[in-house]
Ligand binder design. Structure first.
Ligand SMILES: NC(=O)c1ccc[n+]([C@@H]2O[C@H](COP(=O)([O-])OP(=O)(O)OC[C@H]3O[C@@H](n4cnc5c(N)ncnc54)[C@H](O)[C@@H]3O)[C@@H](O)[C@H]2O)c1
Length: 277
């Protein structure tokens, strides 16, 4: 494919497609010709995105879906395959934000963050990939991880745990599946201007600066469109781990690979950056 991949005739599935990165990716894939299944916990926003795609001349179907419910994800995959017969692109993207000092967070927080950000991806993998392996045509799976899946941040232990796991499972799956026709990527966004902070769970110290974190993301965050372009490129160029934007992710990731200790001062002081605005 060239810089303008032609996805005509391709079937794409995007979870968390009603907002932010998922919305931008759904719109971009549709603009390149894919028919897109837009799934989100928020059925209204999924419907809005599907209508926007159709209004622009594309093709889309909206679905209400909770990715943390394995039976619902299985039923969703069965429905898409019954309708389309195959899936060319699966973007496991739905996720939630979470931050808080450890003494302020709860076991329920861990369960929610792991339940959506990690198990939501795992359920997508289990429901879709066995079907994709049988469809007799190559396919791409893109999992949305995070910079916080490559480099740690203080007061984000559950979120980092979920996103490191998404990077790990993506690498393991690509090693298992790439020779069988399914390429798997992990997208690792830095700071992106989406509603993830305003709708996220903030505890303790971080709850006190919730408004400031939201403004920081609005002021310094990259556009979700930049991430959507990176998703398209990951599919087109069969990339494995993609940090986006590179200006946020590359240096810290390299330092971390050199020695995890090197990024501890950064990890410790992330909230200072935010407080400075
Ligand atoms: N915004 C950032 O700075 C950033 C950085 C790194 C990674 N990410 C990751 O990108 C992904 C998308 O986040 P975003 O920034 O676009 O946020 P967003 O809040 O704009 O979009 C997330 C979408 O996921 C949906 N969702 C949440 N829980 C769900 C569930 N259980 N089932 C189905 N849908 C659900 C929400 O309704 C929402 O539409 C997430 O996995 C997030 O962790 C975001």
């Amino acid at each position: 494919m060239n810089n303008d991949p032609n996805l005509a005739g391709k079937i794409a599935v995007v979870t968390g497609g009603g907002s932010g990165i998922g919305r931008a990716t759904a719109l971009l894939l549709a603009r390149h010709g894919a028919r897109v299944h837009v799934a989100d916990l928020n059925a209204d926003s999924a419907g809005d995105v599907a209508r926007a795609i159709e209004a622009a001349g594309g093709s889309a179907t909206a679905h209400a879906l909770d990715v943390s419910d394995p039976d619902a994800v299985e039923a969703f995959a069965a429905k898409v395959f019954a309708t389309e017969g195959h899936v060319d692109i699966l973007h496991n993207n739905a996720g939630i934000g979470h931050a808080g000092n450890i003494e302020a967070i709860t076991v329920e927080d861990w369960q929610r963050v792991i339940g959506v950000n990690l198990l939501g991806v795992a359920y997508g993998v289990q429901a879709f990939i066995p079907r994709m392996l049988k469809q007799g045509r190559p396919a791409s799976v893109v999992n949305t991880a995070s910079q916080a899946g490559l480099v740690p941040a203080a007061r984000m232990a559950p979120y980092c745990a979920s996103k490191y796991a998404v990077v790990g499972l993506s690498e393991a799956l690509n090693a298992e599946l790439s020779k069988r026709g399914i390429h798997v990527s992990a997208i690792c966004p830095g700071i992106i201007d989406t509603p993830i902070v305003s709708s996220g769970i903030m505890r303790g110290d971080m709850a006190e600066i919730h408004g400031r974190i939201s403004s920081f993301y609005a002021k310094h965050g990259a556009s979700p469109d930049e991430v959507a372009q990176a998703v398209l490129k990951a599919i087109d160029k069969r990339k494995l781990i993609v940090g986006v934007p590179r200006r946020h992710v590359t240096l810290l990731n390299l330092l971390h690979r050199l020695s995890p200790r090197l990024v501890q001062p950064f990890a410790r002081n992330v909230d200072r950056l935010v407080r400075r605005g």
